[in-house]
Design a protein around this ligand. Sequence first.
Ligand code: ADP
Ligand code: MG
Length: 417
Amino acid sequence: MSRHAARTITWVDAWEPAAGAERAVAAFRERFGAEPDGVWSAPGRVNLIGEHTDYNGGLCLPIDLPHRTYVALRRAQGEGSDATLVRLASAQEQGAGVWTSPLADVLPGRVQGWPSYAAGVAWALAGDGHVVGGFDAVVDSCVPYGAGLSSSAALECAVAVALDDVFGLGLAADDAGRARLAAACIRAENDIAGAPTGGMDQSSSLRARSGHALLLDCLDQSVRHVPFDLAAAGLALLVVDTRAEHALVDGQYAARRTACEAAAAQLGVGTLREITPDALPDALARLTDGDQPAEVTRRRVRHVVTEIARVQEFVALLDAGRVRDVGPLMDASHASLRDDYEVSAPELDRVVESARSAGALGARMTGGGFGGSAIALVEVGSIDAVAAAVARAFDEAGFTPPAFLVAEASAPAGRTA
Ligand code: ADP
Ligand code: MG
């Protein structure tokens, strides 16, 4: 039975780029009664390993998804104040209509909701001294929303490459320029959308390569492209969107980040990246009670330091052509996130346990946690069986049915049409 024939299981298929572009153009015509200058798109991402390490100057290892956000866009028409108007619409936010604002009014604290992610990019680029004017844009996307697969960065990065192109900034042409676009997208998300995310998502969406995982060093934003061809090894990466929504988790991400910064300050280091695994026992012994008990801070620090080491081991296995051996590192990452960092959720633990019982080589939560998605490394021939086992386990637990997708290391942000 093909994946798509399995009746009780929801698969989220990626759109073909031409189809995504057509949808965006059709929506643009409908909204603005005109042709866009072009269509640009950017992928969501899934992190293989290295979670909650980005804001600690650590290492992470995302791949880009085949699922992308498409933006049909044109420079603002007209002169004078009309030339600086930003007009935005999204197929995922139909009810919101067309959001309109002068670019000069896009400022921290002034934009609410989804337009902040898109308009914020123009604000950040202008802040870098680039000449960016108004624009009309319509968005459509097959990246699951709020599932830990980075629909927010997909939106920012699609807008970033579009503005880069229509305003002739030339940044998307090489990796150094793409790193600057990523920095602008991060500022948009941090300062305009108000989400204190660490930067992995935007770097992946702009700087990863098809067929490769992106080893990102968040200390200096340097990257290495690590060949990642699961199909050649007879394997596949199953992504499970748990669709879990947990109340009261809004402040948790910021709280983890603050705890790490406080621990680094206590230890007299700039970031926890400076603590090597050898130095970990000594560092843990030096931590004292602060806003939270030392015992809690110790577990937070232990996660970050051991997780960075796991990324290095994972990459060493990939370099040695041993992708079949990475499962235990995924399992250890999950245990660390669940027990030491305390960012898992019952649904995520359930995916991991049921996938492993059904034969997955390894499984872990991915993304920030408290819901969102988990990944499982599986034999190509057992994708359906593992998905069915996870769906059954969710059913038995009374959870909302999950959604599944299959991830292949796909292309970064760029012009599509
Ligand atoms: P994730 O990045 O894991 O999907 P986030 O909470 O970081 O979750 O980002 C989701 C938010 O990003 C949405 O609530 C919305 O504001 C914005 N967003 C993402 N994709 C789109 C889209 N296609 N259209 C409009 N807004 C979007
Ligand atoms: Mg996000």
